[in-house]
Design a protein around this ligand. Sequence first.
Ligand code: CA
Length: 723
Amino acid sequence: MRKLILILALALAGCSSADPIGAAGDDWTTPGGDVGKSHHSALTDIAASNVGELGLAWQAELGTNRVLEATPVVVDGVMYTSGPAGRAYAFDAATGKPLWSFEPEIDMQVNRTVCCDMANRGVAVARGKVFVAALDARLYALDAKTGRIVWQADTVDDKQRGINSTGAPEVAGNVVVIGNGGAEYDVRGYVSAYDLDSGKLAWRFHTVPRDPKLGPQDHPDLEAAVKTWDPDSRWDIGGGGTPWDAINYDPDTGYVIVGTGNGGPYHTARRSPKGGDQLYLASLVALDAKTGRVKWHYQQTPGDDWDFTSTQPMILTRMTIEGEERPVILHAPKNGFLYIIDRRDGKLLRANPIVRTNWTKGIDPKTGRPIPNPDAANYAAAPKIVFPGTPGARNWHPGSYDPGAGLYYAPVLDIGNLLFMTPGKKPLARKMLNNDAALIFSPDIEAALPTLPPAIATAVKALPAYAEVQRQPFISELRAIDPLTGKTVWAKPMGGWQDRGGTLSTASGLLFQGNIAGQLRVFDARTGKLLRSIETGSSILAAPMTYRVGGVQYVAVMAAWGGGGFPYVPRYSAAYQRGNLGRILVFKLGGGPVPIPPALPPLEVASEAPPQLPGATPETVARGRSLFFANCAMCHANQHRSITPDLRRMQPGTHQAFRQIVLEGLLLPNGMPRWDDRLSPADADAIHAYLIDAQAKTRKDELEKQKRGIALDAPSLAILSSY
Ligand code: CA
C-alpha cells in the first residue's frame, strides 16, 4: 500500500510540474501556460470522443463592461487572473468560490493617453505573490493568499508623458519585469525589472534613445542605438517602441526577450526626418535578466511607418531545423511575417509571410532585413494602401504551438489600410494622440472615398492596391500553420475582421477558440473539423486555458468585448446583442448549460436635442467637430450600443453639466478625464455645439428611418481622424 501511495504521489508530482518549455500540465503557471507560453496543454482527459459532454462547471461575473484579455493562471488549485485597469481576482479553481479580489486606486486621468481600452493581459505568480500592473503603470505584488499589497512600485519614469501598462508582468529569475504602452501618444518605451521580494528597481532599459543633446545615454546599449536615429528627431514626443505585451523569460539562456512597439508618430518623416532604422523600434531585444544589458536584437521592421509593433505574443520552444534541434522563438508580429529566431543569438532562421504584404518585397534571408517597397508603402507624399493594416496580421490575441503536431494555431487577419498624412501641419504635442496620419481600414475605404479631399480620393482610386482591396477587403481566419514554411494547413473563417479570439491547443488533439458572436468552439486540431460549439451569449476575445484539479480537467476563458477600436461594437457580436458584462466561464465534462444574458431592448430614437447654444454658428459647429475628433473620438465613437456613452443621445442633465464634465472632471470616477489644461470653456462649448447639432441630425435621421420601417442601426464608418 505504501508503495502504491508513493507511486501515486510521484505520478501526481509529475503531472503538476509543467514542462518548462512545450506544454502546461495540471497547473497553468503563466498566462501562456508553460514557461515558453505555448498556450498548449499536455492534458488529455477532454478529447474528441467526449467533448460533447463539456458544459459549465462555474462562472464568475466581474461587474464590468470593459474588455477582458487575460488568460488566467492556475497554481495549486487556485485561479488568479486580472480584469480592466489591473483589477486582480483569485478563485477556488474547482468550485469558483471567490477567495479575494483587488482593485488598484487609479487616477483616471490616465484614460487621456490610453489608445485601446482599459485592458489587462494577466498576472504572474511566484514566491507566494501575485504580480499585476495597473493601468497607471503602478506594479503591485499581492499576497497570493489574501490579495493584500506586499509591495508596490510606480514604474512611471516621466510624469509628463502618457505612460500606461496593460501587459502581464514576467518573472525572470529574481526579478519581475513590466513594460508600458503609449506609442500613439508621446512615450519613450522601456521595461523595468524589480526584485521579487523587496520591490526594489533592479534595472531599467529604454527601448529607444533619448535626446543626445542631454548628454550620454541613460543605458550603455543605447549609444549604439542613437546612431540609427536622426540627431534632430522629435525626442520631445518620445519616439515610441513601447513594450506593452510580449516579454518572455528564457530559462535556457537567462535572457528576457522583449517585443517592442511601433514608432511614434507613425511616419518616420515626422519622427526621425533623416530616416534610419531607429533601434530598437519594432524589434525583439534579448536582455540579460541579471543586468538588463542587451545580448542581441533583431529588428523586424526597421524605420517603421505603419504601427508595426513587435509586441505580439512570442512562443519559446524547440524545433529541428536543417537537422539541428534549436531553441527558438516563434513570433508573428503585426507586420505579416511568421518568424523563427534562434533564442541564443537572435539569428533569423525563417521569415514567411502569412498574409498579403506590400510594405516590403520580402525578407532577405542572409541579412534578415526587409527589402523596402516605397512605391507601395511610403505615404509621406501621397496616399498608399498598405498591407497589412495597422490592426496587424496578428495582434495581442494569443496563438498556440503544439510541438507534437508541429503546428502553430492562431487567429490571422489579412487586412490593409489606407494611410495619408493629414493635410496641414498638425502640432505634435505632449500627452496627445500623435499618430499623425489618417488611416482607414480596407473594408471601409470605398465607402469613405466621398468623405475624402477630392485629390486624395482620386489618388486612392489609381492605386494598384485599391483594386486588391475591392477584390478582397479582408480575410479573418482561424488557421493551423506550418511554422517552417508559413503555409496554412487548414483555415476556418471568423465572423468578421474584429473577430480574432486567442487559442488553446491540447495534447488530445483539440483546439479551443472563442468568438465575439459568443460561442466557445472546439476543433479537431489536425483537420479543423468543428467538434463542438457552446453558446455563451458573451463575446470572447481572450484565449481559453485548461487545468486539472482533484482529477478533473477544466477549460476556462474570460469573456468581454473591447481592446483596440473598443467603442465600435460589431453588430454581429454578443456584446451588441446582449451587452458586455464580463465573465469568467469554466467548463468540465458533465457540466451544465451556460446562462445566456438576455437580449438588449430594441434601439430607441435619439431624444430631442436641446436648443443650440447661444451664439453658436455653423463655424462653431465645424470647429467643435475638429476638436471632437482630435480629443474625444478615440473613446467616443458615437455609435449605437457603444462601450462609452453615445454623445448623440445625451440626456438633459448631461447637457446641463457638459462643461463640468469636460473641464472639471465631474465623471472622473467613471473614467472620463478632465480637459481644462487643453480645452478652454469656448472649446468645450464648441464641442458641445457640434454634439447638439449631431443629436438633432441623428434624431431627424432616426425618426425618418422609423417612419420608413428601416432598422435604426445601419452601419457607419469608423472615423478617428478629422481629415
Ligand atoms: Ca500602436
